[in-house]
Design a protein around this ligand. Structure first.
Ligand code: HEC
Length: 99
């Protein structure tokens, strides 16, 4: 690729990225890590529990219990251990919003 084409491509990515991502709030970006299993809006496929029906306070409590190891889990204990209180609040607000 020529220098000029490369510069044009970079500019295009820079301009297009926010439009593609749409909602770029911190909670939405954190929630991308959950989307593979729980879907972007918390509606989970298969046997994974859907989290869209939960209140923000319930999601927050669940994640903290998983993180502490007080709630039995197959994967959520390891996943929740990577998040701070502030990030858990953002995730809970994202998935539980409007409920
Ligand atoms: C690898 C797949 C996977 C990923 C990634 C994942 N989860 Fe989960 N989640 C599960 C499974 C499976 C359960 C059921 C508990 C268990 O077995 O660990 C669960 C349970 C939950 C629950 C409890 C639901 C209930 O009905 O009480 C919440 C809340 C939750 N996940 C939130 C999240 C959030 C927020 C993220 C992103 C930070 C996330 N999960 C990422 C698979 C996943």
């Amino acid at each position: 690729m020529s220098r000029r084409a490369m510069a044009a491509a970079c500019l295009l990515v820079a301009v297009a990225a926010p439009a593609v991502a749409g909602d770029t709030s911190e909670g939405t970006i954190l929630a991308l890590s959950c989307a593979a299993c729980h879907g972007p809006d918390g509606v989970s496929p298969g046997s994974i529990p859907s989290i869209d029906r939960l209140k923000p306070s319930e999601i927050e409590a669940a994640l903290k219990a998983f993180r502490q190891g007080t709630r039995p889990a197959t994967v959520m204990d390891r996943i929740a251990s990577g998040y701070s209180d502030a990030e858990i609040l953002l995730l809970a607000t994202h998935f539980g919003k409007g409920k």
